[in-house]
Design a binder for this molecule. Structure first.
Ligand code: SF4
Ligand code: SF4
Length: 288
């Protein structure tokens, strides 16, 4: 990436923190004296839809949009969004990607037979197309650092290795943009991402390539973790109304969600994705 100009495309789905990631990177660029332009495109839904943010910096930037084949780096918070964004990457550019897979909401329409599932993983295709892939399971790394919700900041830590912004500028940008109560976890997540090595990326891709996702089988059952203190219960009820299998209801006081049909849960993850308060976590069953 050129020292005096560059462009970064940040992609993911709603609720993953695409806009915040781009804002932090833009702020870090400004703190290093660059002119910065940003542009965002939000998908069809507030959560679950595609979100894309263009970021360009340099001595003088006139357009915020990155043309096809001109992104120096892509930061992808979701695997399939990374594949979709590849045409934007310039030859020799860097792909920073979390191996996280989020099923598009349309896939839930055929949930019972599983004919529509996650698109092909295509790890080999990616390896053959992009020489510099820096992959990780950003959510797992963030969880080890203290808070799985800081997965976007793990990827910023990886990005910081390929951008000409000082560590001080990154840290100041994180402090300025992240809510104070989440600052510690985000700083730790950034440091963990910055520390990731090429071997970590190879292992993450190898694990993903071995995954059986992207096929036609129905997903395994899951266990659900509900944080009562964060759940607004009947005042919200988004997950209860959205669960395609009608697995969820409320407790006796209607102040928190309860699993009412555990056997019917397909581990689709929609409840976790849509919860505005991060009060529900889906743990897919580990195959025997
Ligand atoms: S409880 Fe959650 S993970 Fe299970 S089927 Fe319903 S929406 Fe999907
Ligand atoms: S979407 Fe979240 S906050 Fe709303 S009822 Fe479900 S678990 Fe509770």
């Amino acid at each position: 990436m050129g020292a005096r100009s560059g462009s970064v495309l940040v992609v993911g789905v709603g609720g993953q923190g695409v806009v915040l990631s781009s804002a932090v990177a833009a702020d870090a660029a400004r703190r290093c004296g660059f002119d910065v332009k940003q542009s965002e495109v939000h998908g069809m839904s507030q959560r679950g839809g595609v979100v894309t943010s263009h970021l360009r910096y340099g001595d003088a930037v006139h357009s915020p949009l990155i043309a096809a084949g001109e992104a120096d780096a892509i930061v992808a918070l979701e695997w399939n969004e990374a594949l979709r964004a590849l045409p934007a990457l310039r030859p020799g550019g860097t792909l920073i990607v979390s191996v996280e897979r989020i099923l598009p909401p349309s896939a839930f329409l055929d949930r019972l037979h599983g004919a529509l599932r996650y698109p092909p993983i295509a790890v080999d295709l990616l390896r053959g197309t992009v020489p510099d892939v820096r992959a990780c399971d950003a959510t797992a790394v963030a969880a080890r650092a203290g808070d799985r919700r800081a997965m976007n900041t793990v990827l910023l830590g990886v990005l910081s290795r390929v951008m000409p912004f000082s560590e001080t500028a990154w840290d100041d940008a994180i402090v300025a943009n992240v809510p104070p109560k989440a600052l510690g976890a985000n700083r730790a997540a950034f440091a963990a991402g910055r520390a990731l090595q090429a071997d970590d990326a190879r292992r993450a891709l190898a694990r993903l390539a071995r995954s059986d996702e992207g096929g036609d089988a129905r997903r395994a059952a899951a266990s659900l973790e509900i944080v009562d203190a964060w759940c607004k219960g009947e005042m919200c009820g988004i997950c209860v109304r959205s669960c395609p299998e009608y697995c969820l209801g409320f407790d006796a006081e209607a102040t928190a969600v309860r699993v009412t049909r555990a056997d019917a849960c397909t581990a689709c993850g929609l409840c976790e994705l849509l919860c505005p308060d991060f009060a529900i976590v889906v743990h897919p069953a580990v195959p025997a």
